[in-house]
Structures are given as structure tokens and as C-alpha cells.
Design a protein around this ligand. Sequence first.
Ligand code: GUN
Length: 291
Amino acid sequence: MSARIIDGFAIAQKIRGQTALEVSALKEKGIHPCLAVILVGENPASVSYVSAKKKALAEAGMADRSVNLPCGVNEAELLGIIADLNRDTSVHGILVQLPLPSHIDEQKVIAAIAPEKDVDGFHPVNAGKLLIGQTGFVPCTPYGVTVLLKEAGVPTDGAYAVVVGRSNIVGKPLALLLARKDINATVTLCHTGTKNLASFTRSADILVAAMGRPNSITADMIKPGAAVIDVGVNRISDNTKKSGFRLTGDVDFEAALDIAGFITPVPKGVGPMTIAMLLRNTLHAAQGSFK
Ligand code: GUN
């Protein structure tokens, strides 16, 4: 048996196309969706993510307000910039690319963003809304995973889902989304402290790898026919590449292909969905959907 490969790139393109149409309609009403993208320092992965986000905004017909700050910027200065953007009615969304340098308190910065402009869905108000089932901004990567499952036709009702990784950005919000009534899975959240991880993953109908360690999910950890969603984006040195690295996920992809029923590749799996959902959240912010 060979798994069906879920083409995240194609699904993301479809969503981006729909979003661009809705952006045009909004612009005809005189609203030009705009996202402020704040980058602190020059972390190579962050620089590359931010440039991909800005390119996607332009392709969707949205404006971007770029704010590039030196690594040494102080916390008060950053908080002041966010306060200005909160007040600026021409800016609908605010995104601070993470991680931030260690002298800045990440949670304080996230909490400074107006919840109705928090298109990352990281603000405590939006995190709380997700927890209690109210409508708010949902973090882009977990949101994208749920859309991938739906678009690929993976059965979720009553399925057993195992999420490996408990980050605020992926694991925790994804566990909540999968347990919501519209998806209706039974969810276990595993992490680095889980004893006998394979005993959980081997029972999973839906297995999400979000631990950020290459090749952590091996073929023997996968239930035959399971949907395997690989959120990992790991840079591995590779001298044959111009960049000097290649991207690999958290799953041993080649081995998993023979066992899984569905699988997402890296790249072109979950990654493109994160950007597609960021555009959707920005559109919703401009529409004032979650005010
Ligand atoms: N760093 C890694 N993923 C993300 C994300 O989705 N949003 C932001 N702001 N930073 C990130």
C-alpha cells in the first residue's frame, strides 16, 4: 500500500485564489486589507518566512506594512510601535514574527497586540476564545491542518487523533481544534515527557508530528492506513543545495509512505497552508469579523 500524498501546496493555492477574490470585493467597498509584519533581527528562518508572507500578501492584493527592527531594539520601543499600529485604522492585522531575541518578553509583546488585529491568534483573548468555543482568530498552522484534513477527505468523526508536541503555536491549539464538534476527534496530546510514545501513536487514526525533531516518527510508530500530518520544518545541512540546506519534517517520510493512508510531504505540505490561513485571518480582520 502506498499513502495518498496530501498536496498542501495545491490546496493552499486554491484557498489563496478564493481569498484574492474576496479581497477584490472588499476593495470595491473601499477597504484595502493591510497586515503589519514586524521582524526583529535577522534569524535566517524568520527572514525567509517573513518574505514568503509578504509575497503572498501582494499576490492576494493585500497591503503590507513592513517593520524591520534591529536585533538590539528594546522592548519598550517594540511595544510603542505595536501601540501605534493598534491605533492605525488603515492596519487590520499585526504579526510579530517569532522567536524574538531573548531580552524581549515574547508574551508581553503578544499581549500588547489588539485582539481584533491578532491574525496569528496568539493573544490570550484569542487563545481563551478557542478554549471555550467562541469565535476568534485561530493560529494559522493548526487552522491549516484542519483544512488539509477536510480537503483531503480524511474521516475525523470519532477518529482517534494523537498530536505530538505541546507548543502554544501548534500542538495545544491543534488539540483543541481537533476535539471541537465540527471535527469531533478523540484527542491525546503527547510531548517530550510522554512515556512509551509509540504505544499512543500506533493507535492513532490521525497522527500529527509537531515536535520539531527530524525523523522522530518512524514507520513502526504508525497505524496502517492512518493520516500522518507532518508539521516539522527542520533545516538539514546539504552541500548539494545552493542554500546549503534542505528541509525535512519530523516523520521518516519514505518509510511512512508504505504504511500510512494519507501523508503530508515536507516541503509543500502544512507549510503553504500556514500562509494561506494567515491571508484568510487578515481578510477576516479587515472585514471586522471578530470584533
Ligand atoms: N514563528 C513560527 N511560526 C510562526 C507563526 O505562525 N507566526 C509567527 N508570528 N511567528 C512564527
